[in-house]
Design a protein around this ligand. Structure first.
Ligand SMILES: [Zn+2]
Length: 368
């Protein structure tokens, strides 16, 4: 048997207005806290965090748009001067990733307070660092996951709906990719193979999406808390993050990354949106059942996740562009996490067929 590894955040806390109880959870960490947030989140939340951490020394530092080494080093200087014992990242994926790097480099605890549930960055033990031009400079894997992830649904309910839906797209890929890895003993993101627990979490996230995703979007549009919104928040932040890292990835993200090779095309879609279409492509490539494809395509169509290249804002793709994307997909690390040889023809075929099925669903057709 191969070694099985499971990793997750030290403690996951989810509740309405829970940021007010922050001190209760971080009291043991020490006295000096550094909070990283964007200008807008500082405007919204600096007062609430200051009150919540009354009695502690709290330093706030503003995050400017992109996670670059330059910005990380600047924040590390501030953190060292403040003698920070804990780094709190308050915001989206880039801020979570920044907090993880800074905390690791200076030997501090890390607490993530997501203000959007658009991706699974909050709970993961990985950070992406970018160059100024937006290309990826480094992918850093940490020896541990964040100490605490605090999901305050009062904050999250006010996030843009499109980002919430994008988070569902990222979550959708988790079981589709993870199930292939588990079935064929491919490595997960911790260098072991997945546990039964990990697969159960991924499957649960997949089932919850179909059961509650549509309702949750309605609640998000109204900016009101419902049971469905609460469950999908857990799906997007906790289950999606745990699921992908602990089971591993197959081609579920690769088809999306392939589209990014079209550098002449402006990027319109969010990560999770592109991943939703990519997940459709994986399912087509592996010959998923009509029942499974129908369930996934209907869901994506209903909540507004892309199922065609038109939805991806990639209209009128030329043969040359298909060729560029296909070659890029074949260079992706996880594309070969399949029990059959993944060839140029299979990738191109999946792209074109997934798109054609998407058009059929938009026109009211069905595979069943
Ligand atoms: Zn993702």
């Amino acid at each position: 048997m191969k070694t099985q590894i499971l990793g997750c955040c030290g403690r996951y806390i989810q509740g309405y207005g829970e940021i007010r109880n922050l001190k209760k959870y971080v009291d043991w960490m020490g006295e000096n806290f550094l909070v990283i947030a964007s200008k807008n989140r500082l405007r919204d939340l600096q007062g609430r965090i200051t009150i919540a951490l009354e009695g502690k020394n709290v330093t706030f530092v503003q995050f400017d748009k992109q996670i670059t080494w330059e910005q990380i080093h600047h924040i590390e200087d501030v953190a060292r001067k403040a003698k920070a014992c804990t780094i709190l990242g308050v915001g989206g994926g880039k801020i979570a990733d920044t907090a993880k790097v800074v905390a690791h480099d200076i030997g501090a605890h890390v607490v993530i307070i997501p203000t959007v549930s658009a991706s699974d960055a909050s709970t993961s033990a990985t950070s992406l660092v970018y160059n100024d031009d937006g290309t990826i400079a480094d992918v850093i894997c940490f020896p541990k996951s964040p100490d605490i992830v605090l999901a305050d649904t009062e904050i999250l309910i006010n996030a843009p709906v499109r980002l919430f839906v994008s988070g569902m797209g990222d979550a959708l890929s988790t079981y589709v990719g993870g199930a292939v890895c588990q079935a064929h003993y491919f490595d997960n993101h911790f260098g072991g193979v997945g546990t039964a627990t990990a697969l159960a979490v991924a499957k649960l996230s997949y089932d919850m999406l179909f059961q509650y995703g549509r309702q949750a979007k309605k609640a998000a549009e109204q900016k009101v808390l419902t049971d469905a919104f609460n469950i999908i928040t857990e799906v997007n932040i906790l289950m999606s993050g745990m699921g992908f890292e602990n089971n591993g990835s197959a081609s579920d993200h690769c088809f999306y990354f392939g589209t990014l090779a079209l550098t002449n095309r402006p990027e319109y879609v969010y990560h999770g949106e592109g991943v939703a279409f990519s997940t459709c492509c994986q399912l087509v490539m592996q010959g998923a059942s009509n029942e499974q494809l129908d369930q996934v395509y209907r869901f994506c169509r209903d909540v507004g996740l892309p199922i065609t290249f038109d939805d991806m804002h990639l209209r009128g793709l030329t043969d040359e562009e298909y060729d560029t994307m296909t070659r890029a997909v074949l260079k992706e690390a996880f594309i070969h996490h399949h029990p059959f040889p993944v060839t140029y023809e299979l990738v191109l075929g999946a792209y074109k067929t997934a798109d054609a099925i998407g058009h059929m669903y938009h026109e009211g057709g069905t595979l069943l």
